[in-house]
Structures are given as C-alpha cells and as structure tokens.
Design a protein around this ligand. Structure first.
Ligand SMILES: [Zn+2]
Length: 244
C-alpha cells in the first residue's frame, strides 16, 4: 500500500511568493489527516480535495500560519453537513487557542453553535496516539517558545513521515527525523541567520546527523525561494503530490 503526501501549503507566515500557509495532507487506506492547517489552508484544501475526507489534523505549534485555518475548516464542515468526527491534536493549549480564535473571527457562529459532528481535541506528546488512522507523536523543537513548538512523527501504513514544524537547528531534529522514510523539513531561509528558523545551509551542514531517507523542504520564505536553483534537496510546491 502506498502513502500519498500532498503539499497543500508550503509557504511561511508571510506567504512569500504567494504560497499558502503550512498544510500537508497524508492519505493511505483508512487514514486521512492534515499536518498543520494554517490560516489560508481552506482554499488550498478545496483546490485539491473534499474537506469531508479529512479525519484529523495534527498541529505542530501555535502560530497562525500553522493552526489559523482550523476555525474556517470546522465551520465550513458544519455548514457542509459533515457527519463524521474531526479530531485535532497538537500542543497543550491548542483547544483554548483554537476556540478563542474561532470566537474572535465568527462570534455569531462559534458563540452559539454546537458542533454536532463530533469535534475533539487531544494533546500530542512523545507517546504515539491514534489520529486520523495514523499513529502520531510530537517532540519538542526550538522555535518561538510561546508557540509550544513540536516536530511530528506519523506512522501511516507502515511508513514513517516526520515533519519539523517550524524550528531552528537543534539536535532535537535528529530525534524527530530518526528512521523516517520521509522527513518534511522547514527551510525558511537559504543561508540567512534566524533565531527561529532553519536555513538550507544549516540543514546541509547537519544532514549526515539525520538518520532518515528522503527529505523534502517546505515553509520556504523569500530568502529560500531566491536560491531554489542552488538547492540539491527536493523542494515542495503548493499542490505537489508525492507517493511513498
Ligand atoms: Zn510558520
């Protein structure tokens, strides 16, 4: 059986180059989940697939370009007549933050509507939990601390997909990527120093430490996009489909 990885949004917070916010769909028989659901994800999802087929969402950290699309998806699915549950996993304060975001954006809806299709939240940690037909765990990485940043590891159909979320280089990324068939890694910058994000040159300098197979870069900002031709590693684009 194969795993389909669809890169719906591959941009940074500023949507440099017109790329959508972070959103990656993983699919295998009996499994369908998103890794992140940034603010502009709903149109990106609808361009590629039926949102009703999404069973779950795993959120890496609490920044809007990674979870800001949750209220839109939750509300759209209500009005679309969804009947199946939607589970959302992520950092400890995810439910509170997503609920507050929904109330701020559509108080008239979230303030008085019971989501009857079964919306649930779960805190992700190092012990894998079942989410969307996959086994998902979350591991701390170094990014803006207030966003509670984590990398994700997703076992789906016997295939291990790892995802850095947003992270500057630290050896914690070695743990996130360990044994992965595919490591989806942020590369906001090409070589620019950044206390919150990884650059391509830092990743290359540490590549030998990563015990993983294929690497695909995402969360590409303007600095990275200006140097795409110089990169040897694969780069994601919005709408790109990879089969593992
Ligand atoms: Zn980001």
């Amino acid at each position: 059986m194969s795993v389909r990885v669809r890169f719906l949004g591959t941009g940074n917070a500023f949507a440099d180059g017109g790329r959508s916010h972070a959103c990656i769909h993983l699919e295998a028989p009996g499994a369908s989940l998103l890794l992140d659901c940034g603010g502009s994800s709903l149109p990106a999802i609808k361009r590629a697939m039926d949102p009703a087929t999404i069973q779950a969402i795993a959120i890496s950290h609490l920044h809007g370009d990674h979870f800001g699309g949750v209220p839109y998806l939750v509300m759209e699915q209500f009005f679309a007549g969804r009947t199946t549950p939607l589970a959302i996993g992520g950092p400890r304060e995810l439910e509170q933050r997503a609920t507050r975001a929904g109330a701020a954006l559509y108080q008239d809806f979230f303030g008085k509507t019971a989501i009857e299709y079964g919306l649930s939240f779960v805190t992700l940690g190092e012990t894998p939990v079942s989410l969307g037909g996959a086994e998902v765990s979350a591991h701390p990485v170094q990014h803006v601390a207030e966003s509670d940043p984590h990398g994700l590891r997703v076992k789906i159909e016997g295939t291990l997909v790892a995802y850095s979320g947003d992270a500057r280089w630290s050896d914690e990324l070695i743990t996130v990527a360990k044994g992965a068939d595919l490591f989806i890694c942020e590369s906001t910058n090409f070589s620019k120093a950044d206390r919150a994000h990884l650059s391509y040159t830092e990743l290359i300098a540490n590549r030998a430490k990563l015990d993983c197979g294929r690497i695909i870069l995402t969360h590409l900002g303007a600095d990275a996009q200006a140097h795409l031709a110089e990169m040897e590693l694969e780069r994601a684009e919005d709408g790109m489909l990879v089969t593992l």
